[in-house]
Design a protein around this ligand. Sequence first.
Ligand code: TXA
Ligand code: MG
Length: 342
Amino acid sequence: MQTLVTPASPEAIRQAGQLLRQGQIAAIPTETVYGIAADAQNGGAVGKIFAAKGRPQDNPLIAHIDSLAMLDGLAAPLPDPLAGQVQALAAAFWPGPLTVILPRGPAVADEVCAGLDTVAVRMPSHPVARAVIAACGRPLAAPSANRSGSPSPTTAADVLADMDGRLPLILDGGACEVGVESTVVTLVGAPTLLRPGFITREQLAAVLKTPVALSPAILEKLREGETARSPGMKYKHYAPRAEVTILQGGLEAFAAYAAAHGRPGDYCLCFAGEQASLPLPCVAYGRAGHPEEQARALFRALRALDEAGAVRAFARCPGQDGVGLAVYNRLLRAAAFRVVKL
Ligand code: TXA
Ligand code: MG
């Protein structure tokens, strides 16, 4: 299959809508990361996403909508207080980088929910994503547009690097603003954060007027046989080929560790501006203390390590407050939970 990369012009968006209506898949930009879209009501089309990504069949997808009207049928009729909670979250954060897990309705293909009785829904804010949903006229299932296991793509070139020959069309909408995938919160049972993102746990709690629990899978490796509430959490994720180790501590101790342990082929995954203080070649991911910047830069930086041929990388440790929790969660998985306290 030939893969066409094209700027997301009105004509290209119209073509993408038509392809999707015909049961094909296409990569589209969103404000978080690029996604591979398919008609969420067409099981055959959704199956093509799993094949293109090499994604395990039991990992469900997010249905993307462009209006609250599209929620009808995707989710089951919502009882109180659930309806009020969804309304409050939608008013505060949609369109935007928030995914909500709800009881599933009939108007979504089984393949999207991967056998669960819940459905993940998000209304993206990226104008191209919204225009493609409108052009197709259906909710779009869309996981991140990477090969399963590798870092999510934040540019059309990164999508092409993973997906060349595996899908017909990539719409280029430039670099993604947020850089990490949407926050995932379940409202089935006590509100619980399943995946941290740009919308923080504190923001969710303020709008819901109730505490939001933290899924243990965010900061800990699941034990063998343990079930994840968000199936995606159990898979190896965001991993570059380089072996990443997070070093927890100050810059001086980091530099000393890198000098003592560094071998040819090793890199520092550092904060912007620190390169001159470090003894190894560096790839930077945003400035220290600026988690939004780190989120925007992290996945590109992980891919840059591989492009540079890095064998190992010592990573500076981000903060864990606010958006920092999303950055730390992704880096922890990229590092396969290898953390050294300095
Ligand atoms: O920002 C994003 O959310 C991007 C863009 C493309 O919109 N999409 C994305 O999709 O990150 P994906 O498939 O890479 O991640 C979806 C996550 C997975 O961890 C999956 O297990 C979880 O959401 N998920 C989906 N449906 C679920 C459900 N019904 N219950 C619990 N977790 C669910
Ligand atoms: Mg993903």
